[in-house]
Design a protein around this ligand. Structure first.
Ligand code: URA
Length: 434
């Protein structure tokens, strides 16, 4: 078999066999098939798609490209959550400690930023010392001991996805339903999750822009879960506008800490409570969503969720003084306010433009070896449906320099669309796929 023939087949819209997919994934994992061939193949997949069978074969080949964890010795029921990626999505930072505080252990392997969407690992690394490179042994031992782990995909787990994810980030090959479904599900299968809540983002700042596409992605992932013996629930959630107010790594950690103290923006709090409730039900810590919500609200209100986050940071070598005093987190040299010059109702706060602007400020990567700047980003002060008056604050831009802040200001003003008459706010969720 030759890699080039597999690329040609996909270019010509022919389905790949299980053997061909396994050959390609294994060759890439070993380093025998170079990045440029895999990039060409990923573009062919993005343009021509894959059948459900090919997607399942790709998922299983990536899941088995390294070790497959068995968590049954560490926890009674291994649960996990995963977001398909959005702007201002700091939900994992809140929900993981929150459900752990309710007695549900979670060991999660998170990802880095992808295209315009942020990544939990990049965010949590704003806390000096926090280790995201735990070995499998460390992961299992910590999960057993503390019931809470947040780390990167170790080199041993689904290494094919780890390599492909980095390539897709910089080759315009992220928004493909089979590539996203196999990326998410291969990690979940390799990580040993038995029950999974997927947060499938929909809208201008998501890889799926319509509810129909998001539903197709959700159904595919639920089907892959079923085929591999996992229980999967997918929530379809809004990503037309950023979630919460903060976009950018340290800014998002600060906002997550506020939410863990029971505060923070109302949409973020509500979103986290819904995701946490589903996890508690799927993880058998509550009989129904109402009971689960009561448990989660109590853990936020009495400080247990925040304490769990603090323990997580300490256990993974992070400096907890940054959690106790978030004002110590990295701060940008320039903070530029953007004030409205007009009155009206906001009918669009375009999440992708805001995400791209944040990446251009330095919060994300243009090439896979780029370093990111944890301090920069944007605070989005307004939501769709709000009435704005001249002089109201729209954005606060956290930048390395004034020229960069001014360039960002132009783009951010272009992210807004206005109406002369009242506009409905956006829903947080569009449905559930089970
Ligand atoms: N999240 C992932 O893990 N992979 C993707 O491809 C997109 C979002």
């Amino acid at each position: 078999m030759r890699a080039v023939d597999i690329i040609i087949k996909k270019r010509d819209r022919l389905p790949l066999s299980s053997e061909e997919i396994k050959f390609f994934v294994d060759g890439f994992t070993r380093g025998d098939i170079p990045d440029y061939q895999v990039s060409a193949w990923a573009m062919a997949v993005l343009l021509n798609g894959m059948t459900e069978q090919e997607t399942t074969d790709l998922t299983l080949a990536m899941a088995h490209s390294g070790e497959v964890l068995d968590l049954t010795g560490a926890v009674e029921l291994a649960v996990d959550k995963h977001s398909t990626g959005g702007v201002g999505d700091k939900v994992t930072l809140v929900v993981e400690p929150l459900v752990a505080a309710c007695g549900l252990p979670v060991g999660k392997m998170s990802g880095r930023g992808l295209g315009f969407s942020g990544g939990t690992l990049d965010k949590i690394e704003s806390i000096p010392g926090f280790r995201t490179d735990l070995s499998t042994e460390e992961f299992l031992a910590q999960l057993k001991r503390t019931g809470l782990v947040l780390t990167g995909q170790s080199a041993d787990l689904a290494p094919a996805d780890g390599k492909l994810y980095k390539l897709r980030d910089v080759t315009g090959t992220v928004p493909s339903i089979p590539l996203i479904a196999s990326s998410v599900m291969s990690k979940k299968i390799a990580g040993g999750a038995q029950a999974i809540v997927l947060d499938v983002k929909v809208g201008l700042g998501a890889f799926m822009e319509t509810v129909e596409e998001a539903r197709r992605l959700a159904e595919l992932m639920v089907a892959i879960g079923r085929l591999s013996g996992r229980r999967v629930i997918a929530l379809l959630s809004d990503m037309n506008q950023p979630l919460g107010e903060a976009v950018g790594n340290a800014l998002e950690v600060r906002e997550a800490i506020e939410a863990l103290h029971g505060g923070g923006p109302a949409d973020l709090r509500e979103h986290c409570l819904v995701v946490a409730s589903h996890l508690l039900v799927i993880g058998r810590k509550a009989r129904g969503l109402d009971e689960a919500r009561r448990l989660a609200e109590a853990a936020l209100a009495d400080g247990r969720a925040f304490e769990k986050f603090r323990t997580l940071v300490a256990t993974q070598g992070g400096d907890v003084s940054y959690v106790d005093r978030p004002e110590k987190l990295p701060r940008a040299a320039v903070v530029e306010p953007v004030v409205s010059t007009r009155a009206g109702w906001l009918k669009q706060v375009h999440a992708r433009i805001i995400g791209e602007t944040s990446v251009e400020l330095g919060a994300g990567r243009a090439r896979k070896e780029d370093a990111i700047d944890h301090s920069v980003g944007i605070i989005v002060h307004r939501k769709v449906g709000e009435r704005v008056q001249p002089g109201d604050l729209l954005f606060s831009i956290h930048a390395r320099s004034r020229p960069e802040a001014l360039a960002a200001k132009e783009k951010l003003l272009g992210a807004l669309a206005w109406s002369e008459s009242p506009v409905e706010g956006l829903p947080l969720f569009y449905g559930v796929v089970e």
